[in-house]
Ligand binder design. Structure first.
Ligand SMILES: Nc1ncnc2c1ncn2[C@@H]1O[C@H](COP(=O)(O)OP(=O)(O)OP(=O)(O)O)[C@@H](O)[C@H]1O
Ligand SMILES: [Mg+2]
Length: 164
């Protein structure tokens, strides 16, 4: 069985993430979406909220499962018998870091990384840009699944209030 992991912070999940997850799910037997807990990165949604949101928008893909992990991704891979990491590549700016990470992961635990090129429509899309645009009241409806829009707007508004 070919099992892969799509890692990220997913704060929140965007159409860019979803596109990679959907395409991976059509190629591999099982896709684990792993929410990586990064203590140095301030997040808008809790890990539990992010997991719930990913589950809601991936129910149409029966071979997608969602999990979280705090620690080295390759340790998660070893522990769960996952030989391959699947990542989306948006632009040349992603490349340097991703190449470095993939080489380290291969050396540390023999875990391979496969890159999928982003759909052109999503090449500029990141969770950060969605949060930035949304926090100024911009329309983010083409960036995140409709199911999550209200939750995102409410949380961003709450955040803005707390900061002011
Ligand atoms: N628009 C996109 N197109 C293709 N892949 C994407 C896109 N956005 C994210 N990804 C993939 O998802 C992985 C996890 O991304 P991450 O959680 O860092 O999302 P992000 O949108 O880059 O968020 P942040 O702005 O917080 O860094 C990335 O390494 C990349 O492989
Ligand atoms: Mg990122």
């Amino acid at each position: 069985m070919r099992k892969v992991v799509c890692p990220g912070s997913f704060d929140p999940i965007t159409f860019g993430h979803l596109d990679i997850i959907a395409r991976a799910s059509s190629i591999f037997d099982e896709v684990v979406v792993a929410v990586l807990v990064n203590r140095t990165k301030k997040s808008l949604f809790t890990v539990e909220e992010r997991i719930a949101m990913i589950r809601e928008v991936t129910t149409v893909y029966p071979n997608v499962v969602v999990d979280s992990w705090s620690g080295l991704l390759v340790d998660y891979c070893k522990q769960n018998d996952i030989p391959i990491i699947v990542k989306g590549l948006r632009a040349i700016t992603d490349f340097d870091y991703e190449l470095q990470m993939s080489q380290i992961n291969l050396q540390l635990q023999g875990v391979e990384t496969l890159f999928m090129s982003t759909a052109p429509a999503h090449s500029f899309l990141s969770s950060s840009i969605v949060k930035e645009v949304g926090s100024y009241g911009g329309d983010v409806s083409s960036y995140v699944p409709p199911l999550l829009l209200e939750r995102l707007k409410t949380r961003l508004a709450l955040n803005m209030n707390q900061q002011s």
